[in-house]
Write a protein that binds this ligand. Sequence first.
Ligand code: ACO
Length: 318
Amino acid sequence: MNFKIIGTGSARPACVKTNDDLAEFLDTSDEWIRTRTGIEERHVLTDGESLSQLATQAAQAALENSGTKPEELDFVICSTIRGDYITPSLSCIVARNLGVRCMAFDINAACSGFIYALDCATGYFERGRAQKGLIVSAEAMSKMVNWQDRATCVLFGDAAGAVVLEKGENLLASKLTSDGNVEVLNIPHVYGNSPFSSDEHNPSYLFMDGHGVYKFAVNAMATGLAETIAAAGLKQDEVDHVLPHQANMRIIQAAMKKLDIPEDRYRTNIAHYGNTSSACIPVLLDELNQAGMLKEGQILALTAFGGGLTTGAMVIRW
Ligand code: ACO
């Protein structure tokens, strides 16, 4: 016994910033960003908008799509690098906004967070602890990047994606990894004003060695997909839809070359969102679902990598 996805939802801030908008205050260009990454625009949170609101909107959309009432939920799990507070967790706030008091907790596996959350949720169904549950992946990347660093800020955006799960048999295989690498990608924590520490701390911006992540990402995506598809007892060309983490179009294309999955099975929306970390895959999933592209029984392969460095790959039947 594991899970079946019975509904999807997503939400994005109304404010859209194009590459040209960023070029107004950064030494960059639409041509550079588009050709190096595939990104054309991204959504960003602005005055008065919170990640909790965005996450709640995505959750409500998924509940409606699945025909589920909030009180039917046995858990709310959010994946996020940064909720609105360190505590309470984003999931507790979403649960309160939905008017429910079931268990609620966050997972931080950076961009792999949605796949980690799905894998984690499986345990509650297996143990008979849940009939239905909600997963929301929501990220406010615009609050973590340094908007004076053109090498990183142009890559990211804000969004939330959600799914409602019920008991089922639709998870076919999954694989999660981590390697504890702080050097290629990190976001420093907030530090209080302890009188017992004179350690100096850098400002809390996302740091990334782009080349280091790129090299890791291509292999991680290709290996993750190949291994989980094999573990599911399937051939690569039996996959109907590949939903890769949307970090860079060139990473997706390089991973594609290492696999035997036909190119027309890869789904992307990076052009309109940039990298929204763990929200990438559920937002894409919702778009495919709303467009009627997912047919019952089709095979979906999800693959992600991110800070940690973590990886997640999963094969599910729709
Ligand atoms: N506009 C114009 N020029 C730029 C910009 C920009 N926005 N950013 C960097 N450049 C310049 C650099 O300064 C460099 O100039 P130089 O040659 O004079 O030194 C030049 O462009 C080339 O820079 P590279 O870093 O070599 O560019 P590259 O082609 O490698 O692309 C990129 C950089 C897009 C960051 C790529 O390495 C990448 O996608 N890496 C993976 C990123 C990723 O997947 N991150 C996921 C994070 S996941 C998470 O958990 C948050």
